[in-house]
Ligand binder design. Structure first.
Ligand code: NAD
Length: 441
């Protein structure tokens, strides 16, 4: 079987490589020439555990190819996965220009039956637009070629993307054609042998499922952040509350960790986009509006705590920042809370020296010399007036607290992920504050 994957970002590259790994002939296409040049040499543009070795292995086996020309890949291709970006437009809606460009390009060049599968996260109704765009191109060519569209939203998590793709909780496929259903079922068979279900449904339901899943996860996070802030006011410890509620199987213990707000390339844009789509349909998703509001506040909670600690004036202070990526095990800084903190802290006149195990280059690209970059996590602490723990990388979990104390000028630790123990911090003599834990008076 031969397939094409368009877009070699987190989703496209993982999708293409995992399909190649089970023996399918895959060509991954991207308009970014530099990316494709590197990928042909087995160099991947992102940090994703396990992916680079897998890419190299499949290139060597001759099953994984890369190209900048979608049209060259279309002959005999049965399925095209479109995994291009759908960034937010100014009004919060998903920008569909890349998705529709792919549909048009396919229509301009296809010569045999194929299924155009949208893997990107797209608003309900997009499959119809994709179908129309493709058909218009066929009409312009005055040819009559059969094709199907399908919606196959992706649920992988950055940082665990390969494993999530190989062993998915479920695969959702929206299609209206039996032929497409049969081909997609066959294609995904290697990933479903362990009983992971393929859930077939109509296309609009598949499109909504992706947004509903992300919106639900974002809701859990904002709910817990709201409860955490309340806990602080009433002298309760959110860590205890979390364990207390998480043990209820109806609630579950995943995704109920308070922190500095959700970020990344998906939750913020997807929550905004579904609110927007609902508005266009004269419906107000009130819960999600609040989820957004809580998250916007939460992204600056460490800044507010820092200001409180220094009585509203941090001018001239040196701030150490541990963690820049929006979550551990990725270099992705899209909508990372670290970016809001960097803006707020530097605007207030303090300087930042930061360290992240993998996102340093990405940070340089995004914020340049707005901050200083440390050689390692301890280098960031030299003469610092505060340590902000922003991303809970494993490297930060058991640091040498004696060294931290020795290196820093002042000892406040502001733990944005509640990874340290308050009593232990007290023993070391740090001023410690987390999220949803009453502060030392
Ligand atoms: N990143 C995630 O964790 C994740 C998870 C699930 C779903 N999604 C969704 O998947 C989609 C892709 O996300 P991503 O993070 O992989 O994006 P990305 O921005 O990392 O990658 C998109 C790629 O598409 C390429 N591209 C754009 N137009 C093209 C065209 N016409 N032809 C060929 N290539 C083109 C870009 O050059 C880029 O390399 C988005 O809709 C996103 O919401 C992302």
């Amino acid at each position: 079987m031969k397939i094409t994957v368009v877009g070699t970002g987190y989703v496209g590259l993982v999708t293409g490589t995992c399909f190649a790994d089970v023996g399918i002939d895959v060509t991954c296409v991207d308009i970014d020439k530099e990316k494709i040049k590197n990928l042909k040499k087995g160099i991947i543009p992102i940090y994703e555990p396990g992916l680079e070795e897998m890419v190299q292995r499949n290139i060597e086996k001759g099953r994984l190819h890369f190209s900048t020309q979608l049209k060259d890949t279309l002959e005999d291709t049965e399925v095209i996965f479109s995994a291009v970006g759908t960034p937010p437009d100014e009004d919060g809606s998903a920008d569909l220009q890349y998705v529709l460009n792919v549909a048009r390009e396919v229509g301009q060049h296809m010569n045999n039956y194929l299924i155009l599968v949208t893997k990107s996260t797209v608003p309900v109704g997009t499959a119809n637009k994709v179908k129309k765009a493709l058909q218009e191109e066929l009409d312009k060519r005055d040819v009559n070629i059969d094709f199907d569209v399908a919606s196959n939203p992706e649920f992988l998590k950055e940082g665990a993307a390969v494993q999530d793709f190989l062993k998915p909780d479920r695969i959702v496929i929206g299609t209206e054609s039996d032929k497409a259903k049969e081909i997609m079922e066959k294609l995904y068979k290697p990933f479903t042998l362990n009983g992971h279900p393929v859930i077939f449904m109509d296309i609009p339901s598949a499109e909504v499922t992706k947004y509903a899943a992300n919106a639900m996860l974002a809701t859990k996070i904002s709910f817990m952040n709201d409860i955490a802030n309340f806990c602080e006011i009433v002298n309760a410890d959110v860590n205890s509350v979390r364990k207390g509620i998480g043990s209820d199987s109806r609630i579950g213990n995943k995704f109920i960790y308070p922190g500095t707000g959700y970020g990344g390339s998906c939750f913020p844009k997807d929550v905004k986009a579904i609110i927007r789509t609902a508005n266009e349909n004269n419906y107000n998703l009130r819960v999600l509006q609040s989820v957004e509001d809580v998250n916007e506040d939460q992204k600056t909670i460490l800044f507010r705590k820092l200001m409180d600690h220094y009585n509203g004036d941090i001018k001239g202070k040196k701030i150490a920042m541990w963690g820049l990526s929006f979550k551990p095990k990725t270099d992705d800084m899209r909508e990372a809370p670290a970016l809001n903190l960097i803006d707020k802290i530097t605007e207030a006149g303090a300087t930042i020296k930061a360290y992240d195990p993998v996102a340093m280059d990405e940070a340089k690209r995004r914020v340049g010399d707005k901050i200083e970059y440390a050689k390692d996590q301890y280098d960031a602490l030299l003469d610092a007036d505060a340590l902000l723990l922003v991303t809970e990388w494993m490297d930060f979990r058991y640091p040498n607290f004696n060294a931290i104390k020795r290196l820093m000028k002042e000892p406040p630790i502001l733990d944005g992920r509640n990874i340290y123990d308050r009593l232990e911090m007290k023993k070391y003599g740090f001023y410690y504050t987390g999220i949803g834990i009453a502060n030392e008076k």
